[in-house]
Design a protein around this ligand. Structure first.
Ligand SMILES: [Zn+2]
Length: 266
């Protein structure tokens, strides 16, 4: 394993820590001085977190369990591959199905996904086994794209893509819908359906309701994250392999221990 000082140098490569943390914390994507800063509204780090503290804790964990970043990135890629294989088995026009599912709202999308594709455990190369009895996998696609916050382009040296548009949430079977998700859905419905409200009033009330649930940022992504066992995004393999980063406790962290559990190696 590399020394932590080498990892720190690679992470900061060309950036100040302040600049990097600003890019990683929840923020709507924006142009800044004519430069595209592709921030994430869900965030790669929670507002209170420190980048090097998060990376150090995962580094210590990997050292203690004897796994490398490359191996861990490979496991994350297997989760994405598994979901892709299952997706290809669905009858009908997959894109139309997705559009329909998304129009029903994320809550129902997640609720339905586990049921409509037959559960199937799968062994993949590298002694990885994804147990469909234990976990339910739900892929969410977003309308937009998220690029690597370090500003990478194309594929990295490991062959992982540096831009993505979706993520796979892994739920413990039988726990696909959490109390939090249900409460939010029930609270949002009457506000969203109240046509006497202006758009601004509606947004304010929805935001207040989210705050009352403890969801101060990230919206539905945060609800899904808090409801799921773990999540793997299209960017996860690249972030782990190239930036030694499993993300913080915001919306998309892939906890290394949970990842090993999901691929049957715990
Ligand atoms: Zn990158």
């Amino acid at each position: 394993m590399m020394e932590f000082s080498d990892i720190e140098r690679c992470i900061l490569n060309g950036f100040s820590l302040d600049e990097l943390e600003k890019r990683l914390k929840p923020c709507k994507p924006q142009f800044e001085d004519k430069v595209w800063i592709d921030t994430s509204s869900g965030g790669f780090l929670a507002p209170h977190e420190k980048l090097l503290g998060v990376v150090r804790a995962d580094y210590d964990l990997l050292c203690s369990i004897g796994k490398t970043y490359e191996e861990m990135a490979g496991f994350a890629a297997k989760v994405l591959e598994y979901e892709k294989i299952r997706e290809d088995k669905v009858d009908g026009n997959w894109l139309m199905r997705r559009a329909r599912e998304l129009s029903l709202g994320f809550e129902k999308f997640v609720l339905n996904r586990g049921r409509e594709i037959e559960r199937e455990s799968m062994s993949l190369e590298g002694n990885v086994c994804l147990d469909a009895e234990k976990f339910t996998f739900a892929r969410i696609i977003s309308g937009g794209f998220q690029s690597c916050p370090w500003g990478c382009n194309g594929s990295d040296v490991f062959g992982y893509q540096t831009v993505g548009s979706g993520e796979v949430y892994v739920f413990e079977s039988g726990k696909e819908i959490s109390d939090l998700m249900e409460r939010r859905f029930e609270g949002h419905l009457p506000i969203s359906m109240n046509h006497n409200l202006s758009r601004t009033e509606r947004d304010t009330l929805l935001k207040e309701f989210d705050t009352s649930l403890g969801i101060e940022f990230g919206g539905m992504s945060r609800v899904l994250y808090l409801s799921a066992y773990t999540v793997v995004t299209d960017l996860t393999p690249h972030l782990i392999a190239s930036h030694y980063f499993f993300e913080g406790e915001a919306c998309y962290r892939t906890d290394p221990r949970k990842l090993l559990d999901v691929v049957g190696l715990k």
